[in-house]
Structures are given as C-alpha cells and as structure tokens.
Design a protein around this ligand. Structure first.
Ligand SMILES: [Zn+2]
Length: 111
C-alpha cells in the first residue's frame, strides 16, 4: 500500500472502493493527511490534466479542484441548508469531498 493511502486509512478510515487518494500538494510521495483528499481515478486524472490549466481558465473548478479555506467555511455554513449534493454541484467537487468537509473529517484546521 502506498504511504499516502495508508495515511488516509489511519487518519480518516477506509478508502471507498475504486476511489483514489489524491494530493492537494501534487506530491505523490507526500503522506500528510491534511494534503490528501478522496477522488475517483477519473477525478485524479482530470485533476492532473487541469491543474496547470486552471489558472489560465480563471480558476475553473473540477472534481479534484483545490478548495480555498473560505470555500470550506461557506460550505459548512450552508449545510444542511443546502444538501451536500447541491454543494458538491455548486463547488464542482465530489460529493465525498463535501461530506468530509461538513463532518470535519477534512480541513479540520479550518474553523
Ligand atoms: Zn503534501
């Protein structure tokens, strides 16, 4: 098992079937749990392809796009007013990402 996958399991629990542990920091060696997030393999590939382009495209968001701390705060303040799937659509992130954020299993440092 790769270090970052092991790190995810230790800190956040099982990785859903077929899902990837992606890096916010784009360093495949990194196992810092605060840099990791769950995405599909597709998300991961798309993320890799689009990360370089995102800035040019005006920060277009995709499945594994980086959320800013401010976004995390807004997501938490909107839920459960807005459903998790609605928030995922608004922010263009995976539903599991929203789930981890609102349950504070991700972005724990953001108050
Ligand atoms: Zn990292």
């Amino acid at each position: 098992m790769m270090a970052h996958r092991a790190s995810w399991v230790i800190h956040f629990g099982a990785i859903p079937d077929g899902m990837c542990v992606c890096h916010h920091c784009d360093n495949p060696e990194c196992a810092n749990p605060t840099h990791l997030f769950i995405g599909t393999h597709q998300d991961n590939m798309r993320d890799r392809n689009q990360k370089g382009r995102a800035a040019r495209l005006g920060g277009e968001r995709n499945g594994c796009a980086l959320l800013k701390e401010a976004d995390v705060r807004v997501i938490r303040s909107l839920w459960p007013l807005k459903s998790q799937s609605e928030l995922a659509r608004i922010y263009g992130v995976h539903l599991s990402t929203v789930h981890l954020i609102v349950h504070r299993r991700h972005w724990k440092d953001v108050v």
